[in-house]
Write a protein that binds this ligand. Sequence first.
Ligand code: MN3
Length: 201
Amino acid sequence: MAFELPKLPYAYTALEPHIDAQTMEIHHSKHHQAYVTNLNAAIAGSDTEKLSIEEICKNISKYPMPVRNNGGGHFNHSLFWSVMAPNAGGEPTGDLAAAITSAFGSFADFKTQFAAAGTTRFGSGWAWLIVKDGKLAISSTPNQDNPLMDVAEVKGIPVLGMDVWEHAYYLKYQNKRPDYIAAFWNVVNWAEVAKRFESAK
Ligand code: MN3
């Protein structure tokens, strides 16, 4: 079965003013669609079509680069849309909040370290909050790699991902990646991150 572009769970305008509608529309309907189209083309007619995107990522070293780049792009963006929401942001609560404090010292320290992972990623890539050995950790990956991949420097189950490719922010923030990262906190869907944390740990 071919992979499909997931429907965005909110309108393209929903994350304004933090993430503008034009960026959201191009990012979802053009960039993510292209990853899906190219992934399907790369695996057409092979047994890989029967696998989930997570299963493909876990053994990504066995696949050619088009599967790594486009499969990663599909997984990463599917997660990205779900961990953002309108009327979101603020701070996590419950078990997730406690785990963040335990792993990073405080929520403020976590934000600083996560933002640093995004700002210091050279070129295109992602910053991640992952569950690794039952605990939270921060990592970053280049291009469309992700922590599920067997090639990742730091492996784990991603519960929050932030796209730091220029296409995620350039129209509104131009070269100011730190401004985009600062704005990202206003749209983080902590309820979804908590759900992913519960199933990952
Ligand atoms: Mn992107």
